[in-house]
Design a binder for this molecule. Structure first.
Ligand code: SF4
Length: 174
């Protein structure tokens, strides 16, 4: 499956999403892997529109974060409770985390999301299907820098390591 995006273009868009400047534009199709993989979705107190569209009983305080930060959990199947009939029922109001989530970050970094938890198997399958194109030397240089960042950096989770590698890859450009 192709992203139809050169690597450098995807990387720029991913960095903008991580800075909160734009939503991640992921061609998900019918895939709902990230909504059905037993993931807690953190929501900040500033996300008032999102919070207004989620029943309070589905939210609980986020451990180790200050007052007002909450988590949206998942049901006994590992599904987000806002996923209804295979679609996000609050799509226009979805949390910031959902707006910036892009499973192609695992393809880009070469990190095996499935190694973190078997509930993430569907995300790992999806990530394994993406393919980037590398039409210029800059695409190849940036890809190598992201991979070098992964080898050098440390983080408490695969996802955080992938994010840090994307955010700081320019320090690893040769
Ligand atoms: S809020 Fe919507 S996009 Fe986010 S995990 Fe739930 S169903 Fe998926």
């Amino acid at each position: 499956m192709s992203c139809d995006l050169p690597f450098g273009s995807w990387l720029s868009a991913m960095q903008a999403a991580l800075r909160g400047e734009a939503d991640a534009e992921v061609p998900c199709g019918d895939c709902t892997a990230c909504c059905t993989s037993s993931q807690f979705v953190p929501i900040g107190p500033d996300e008032t529109d999102t919070l207004a569209h989620i029943p309070a009983e589905l939210l609980f305080p986020a451990p180790r974060l200050s007052k007002g930060h909450v988590l949206l959990g998942y049901d006994e199947r590992g599904h987000c409770p806002m996923l209804v009939d295979g679609r996000c029922s609050i799509y226009e109001h979805r949390p910031r985390t959902c707006r910036t989530y892009d499973c192609r970050i695992f393809t880009a970094t070469g990190l095996d999301v499935d190694a973190e938890a078997e509930e993430k198997f569907d995300i790992a399958v999806r990530a394994g299907q993406w393919q980037f194109s590398f039409p210029t030397d800059d695409d190849r240089r940036r890809h190598a820098a992201v991979r070098a960042a992964v080898r050098s950096l440390h983080a408490p989770s695969i996802t955080e390591l992938a994010v840090r590698a994307v955010e700081s890859h320019e320090d690893f450009l040769t």
